[in-house]
Design a protein around this ligand. Sequence first.
Ligand code: DLL
Length: 433
Amino acid sequence: MERYYQPEIECASREAMIEIQNEKLVKQVKHVWDNVPYCRKKMEDAGVTPDDIKSIDDLHKLPFLSKADLRDAYPYGLLGTPLKDCVRIQSTSGTTGKRVVAFYTQHDVDLWEECCARAIVAAGGTNEDVCQVSYGYGLFTGGPGLNGGSHKVGCLTIPTSSGNTERQIMFIMDLSATILCCTPSYAAYLGESMKEMGLGPDDIPLKAGIFGAEAWSEEMRQDIQNTLGIKAYDIYGLTELSGPGVAFECSAQNGMHINEDHFIAEIIDPETGEVLPDGTQGELVFTSLDKEAFPLLRYRTRDVCTLTREKCSCGRTHVKMAKPKGRTDDMLIIRGVNVFPSQIETVLLNKGYPANYQIIVDRVNNSDTLDVLVEMTQEMFTDNLGEIAARQKDLVEGLKSMLGIKAKVSLVAPKSIARSEGKAVRVIDKRKI
Ligand code: DLL
């Protein structure tokens, strides 16, 4: 039987949800206008005042907020409350530019943890579960978010944080962890390490995993599920909006319910900014409805995906987002063709390779090159050059039919590509160096 953390909200009728959103949006726009001069100026420039926003139908009138705005306003420019009312910050890694620092009041932390609790219950979690949180703790939101959610559900929480794989496995086995929370790439690595220790799916006490923070394919889900003997659920979020738990998967495992009582989602054309209908692929934009300290209106995530309102078998009514295909800024343009790393992953996993690969893009003689390093499994590993050549040819053909362009494939020895304990770095774009 499907269980919910907050059934009255998670299964609310569409009409009830629209009413909640209308009321919260009007209040939130006024909050931003009154307390965030940076955004008030943007609204004034766009010729909009809070009086123009009477319901969610007026959302499109508000200007977008982008990562560039967050950088401009760093560190305090988007604060919606006095600093003395804030109790926490979290921050992004800043690998693609200046760090984003997000602020939280206690109310904001509570909402965030509630969203994570919904995700844990949707994955079957109860107060009888032992939940191992192997996302990094610290400035990254993964550890703190799932930790808070796990407490709210009443699970026994094991805050291992990321890394130290042997210790992770020791805790899973000794304390009979039933739920594992970490990035999918780390889950795959834990699975690989357990297999090497002779542990099969039936020996591992885990029953569910809550994996997110990076794009992962359906094929990778199957792989992790089979190795660990669990159901693997996707979870999505970003620091700017709180962290994990903006959206999460249910028993249907085919898309993530967005916590619509806290976040309104829109899909836009990244070029024109036009709002696109459900089912159309575009850039995901979020409006946070009741965050106090960091209240973002129409924030452009740069994540590419689709939304659907089809009835879900789990009984939840919130809109679902498909697995993000990647980010508009992750999208590689190779010889004019758009390539998402997740498409490459799909080809590799479908052909029985592990999710250990590296994509190297370069420009040689004014032409883009795409090199894919693919790790062989121990069973495939051979010194028979003919066999390797045949495998490489098969992969080149598979990639050509998925991407429409030719890639060079190199098969490499098992364990030769560095494993990640957090978000995996799959792409090296030398054109940018
Ligand atoms: O990654 C929050 C998080 C932690 C989500 C743990 C899930 C689990 P940031 O570091 O700010 O926050 O990175 C946010 O990561 O815009 C997406 O591009 C990507 N991302 C997050 N979850 C998913 C997912 C956390 N399930 C950025 N699938 C987002 C694909 C994801 N991409």
